[in-house]
Design a protein around this ligand. Structure first.
Ligand code: FAD
Length: 445
């Protein structure tokens, strides 16, 4: 006779761990790899079927260029991608790290499991039990109903601060007007004559598309910014093939080992202002499906090189740039960004510009750094006053809205995840609560 665990109250115990990480995205995977490597018994609970989160499930690739010294896990991931035959670098765009979503997911899974970590896929966090300022257990919905999971430490790497919010940690969402950055529904196309497309862009004198040779390439068009590709897009609007909202942002990147394929960083869902609103989000996803159909019709009908191209796939997860941010022991601000701030308890070095894709204020960019300049993110942005045994990592740490738009790129979040995992292991060995841990000595100096 099989047991039915449908009721929440009789949920059996799945297991007990040193560290449970909710969410196996960029930050959560890196934290899992380093915490397990340092000896903790670690479980990652992931609602999807692969590691990598937005980078894999939402098809977000490549990793943006970052000119800071990176931590061990970042190098491990890139080395393993190369060992698997992935060409991760282009000579001309040397600090981008390129991969396909699947190659990245496989490498993260291999590294985590080889380090001794344990995976619980296809399982969604739904609640937690807080006792005396600590999370005693979490409640997870699995393929066989609810399970509780206990741990000494919990890491919220859900991107949307799920565990933090369920545990009652204070959060902020969006900009001063409550609007989130624009989300995107990404897609990939195949069957493209990339060289013909590149030759066309270069024949227009398109300064954005880097004037490079070789396999890797990037191309873009943002309406009203004098991109050389804009007249072709406007022609398609005049012809009724595209709508004006399709021109908000267009960008595509090569995919290593996939000749003839490009990954698109669009369409931007400009009508979605509050991406936590379930109804508005669903409407926006429908918009996204229709926009992709129009973009594919436009590209195959108008763009040189796309004559025989086809839609390869659409992301099955919304590309959310920003949602919730916890209020931690420290909030990283624009002043810290501008001052290239340094902290004793640094967990990562950030150098991406303040890169806001706003539906209401356009693209907000602020004071780009010279290569080699950076600010640091302190450990105190990951922990909070309310819950002693929890850490929050990834794009939802304690920053202002504007600074979140800088810390959110994948290289910075891998370094942050790496340091977070090391911190979990040290705090565990020292018997110190995560929010009382000093956070010193976690990064390369
Ligand atoms: C459209 C778009 C384009 C971008 N472009 C680039 C780019 O070109 N280069 C770059 O470097 N960065 C880019 N970024 C930024 C970067 O990709 C993200 O900020 C980063 O991937 C976020 O990582 P994370 O670990 O914080 O969250 P995520 O990667 O979102 O990971 C969160 C994980 O938690 C899981 N999860 C969530 N809720 C639950 C739950 N309740 N139970 C269990 N699991 C759960 C999710 O399935 C997911 O795997 C882009 C982002 C977007 C959205």
């Amino acid at each position: 006779m099989s047991m039915n665990h449908i009721g929440r109250s009789e949920a059996p115990l799945y297991g007990r761990y040193d560290t449970v990480i909710v969410g196996g995205g960029t930050a959560g995977s890196a934290a899992g790899i380093s915490a397990a490597t340092e000896g903790n018994r670690v479980l990652i609970v992931e609602k999807g079927l692969m590691l990598g989160g937005a980078a894999t499930l939402a098809l977000v690739t490549p990793m943006m260029d970052s000119y800071v010294p990176h931590e061990r896990t970042f190098h491990l991931i890139e080395e393993r991608l190369r060992r698997e035959g992935i060409e991760t670098r282009s000579q001309e765009m040397a600090e981008y790290v390129w991969s396909t979503p699947e190659a990245k997911a496989d490498v993260l899974e291999d590294l985590f499991l080889e380090a001794g970590g344990e995976m619980l896929y296809d399982a969604t966090l739904v609640d937690c039990d807080v006792v005396d300022g600590n999370i005693a257990s979490i409640l997870v919905l699995t393929s066989d109903g609810y399970r509780t999971i206990e741990a000494e430490q919990f890491v919220d790497a859900s991107g949307d601060a799920w565990l933090s919010r369920l545990a009652g940690v204070e959060v902020d969402r969006g900009d001063d007007d409550g609007n989130n950055q624009m989300s995107s529904l990404r897609f990939e196309m195949g069957g493209i004559d990339v060289e013909a497309y590149r030759a066309y862009c270069l024949s227009l004198g398109d300064e954005f598309s880097p004037l490079v040779e070789g396999y890797f390439w990037e191309s873009a068009m943002v309406v009203g910014k004098n991109f050389k590709l804009e007249p072709l897009f406007q022609q398609a609007v005049a012809d009724g093939v595209l709508l004006p909202e399709d021109l908000v942002y267009y960008q595509c990147f090569s995919l290593p080992s996939r000749p003839g394929c490009l990954a698109f960083n669009c369409p931007h869902l400009s009508r979605l202002k509050n991406n936590a609103d379930p109804e508005a989000r669903s409407h926006a996803i429908v918009d996204g499906h229709r926009m992709i159909r129009r973009l594919v019709a436009f590209l195959t009908g108008y763009m040189p090189g796309f004559e025989h191209a086809y839609l390869l796939r659409e992301a099955s997860v919304l590309g959310v740039r920003e949602s919730w941010r916890i209020r931690g022991l420290y909030q990283l601000t624009e002043d810290d960004y501008l001052a290239r701030a340094r902290f004793e308890d640094a967990v990562a070095k950030g150098d991406w510009y303040i890169d806001v894709h706003s539906a209401t204020k356009g693209l907000v960019h602020m004071d780009k750094f010279e290569h080699g300049e950076y600010y640091e993110i302190p450990y105190r942005c990951l922990v909070n006053e309310r819950i002693a045994n929890m850490m929050t990592i990834g794009r939802c740490i304690s920053t202002t809205f504007l600074v979140q738009a800088s810390i959110r790129i994948q290289p910075t979040l891998i370094d942050m995840g790496h340091a977070a995992g090391v911190a979990c292991a040290r705090a565990h060995r020292e018997g110190v609560a995560l929010n009382a841990f000093s956070g010193t000595g976690l990064t390369t100096r």
